[in-house]
Design a protein around this ligand. Structure first.
Ligand SMILES: [Fe+2]
Length: 248
């Protein structure tokens, strides 16, 4: 290949994306001390300031609710939310903070659907995650139950479930069932390995991503987010016009 060809085939580096275009993040672990995210108020403030610097003006934080590990409920989450809101006012940090939850699909989750007691954001959206090891047998029926109860299910980090990597029609099936698909931005920066990155890119190329999340737990996530800002697929998905973040 000649020198000129080499020069012109080299891809231009994109400018860093302003995440302010998304306005709102809808997946993070910022309530101190109740899951595997921020451990202290100080750590939480540090993360909120860093996310604000990246451009976000609204953060809908989503602590884990998982029967076996994180026995959180709306009272615990809302109490932590009020603490952090007061801290933001005290420190003059102009970020709107709200909370929902990241529900793990387990035996207690179904009963919470029946009791209509799920924490939601946006238009009755419910963020839920599933096992990384096997597809849960009850996935279809639980999604159906959420839909018929008036909720819109949002599958957390859809690109991170390895058992679907050889079966891309599964993603179409989720969309047909009425599930919104959320991608972790840091997957595009390689946080979870090359396979997860590849699936994330494919989902963006197929215009299937509805929401972007940081899934921010600690400052390592912020570092990876920063290094992902020039990624062409991040630019592509934000320019897709499909994302719902800004309306949250
Ligand atoms: Fe999460």
């Amino acid at each position: 290949m000649g020198l000129l060809n080499k020069i012109f085939s080299k891809k231009a580096v994109l400018p860093p994306m302003d995440l302010g275009r998304l306005k709102a993040d809808m997946h993070s672990h910022l309530i101190p001390g109740i899951d595997d995210g921020a451990e202290t108020v100080k750590a939480s403030i540090e993360l909120i300031e860093a996310l604000h610097e990246l451009g976000y003006t609204k953060l809908i934080t989503t602590p884990h609710i998982m029967s076996d590990y994180y026995k959180n409920d709306a009272n615990i989450i809302n109490e932590g939310l009020e603490t952090m809101r007061a801290e933001l006012i005290k420190r003059n940090i102009p970020v709107e903070l709200d909370a929902a939850a990241e529900y793990y699909l387990d035996y207690e989750f179904e009963s919470k659907i029946d009791g209509k007691e799920l924490m939601t954001f946006g238009d009755n959206y419910v963020l839920f995650e599933i096992s990384f090891l096997n597809e849960p047998e009850q996935l279809d029926s639980v999604v159906f139950k959420m839909r018929t109860s008036g909720y819109t299910p949002v599958l957390a980090h859809v690109e991170r479930y390895p058992y679907w990597y050889g079966n891309p029609t599964q993603y179409e099936k989720l969309v047909t069932m009425g599930v919104l698909l959320q991608l972790n931005i840091s997957s595009l920066g390689g946080q979870y390995g090359p396979q997860t990155m590849k699936i994330g890119r494919q989902l963006i190329d197929n215009n299937m991503i509805d929401l972007l999340g940081t899934d921010c737990h600690n400052m390592n996530y912020i570092e990876i987010l920063r290094s992902t800002l020039t990624d062409p697929h991040l630019h592509k998905v934000i320019n897709s016009g499909k994302l719902l973040n800004a309306g949250l």
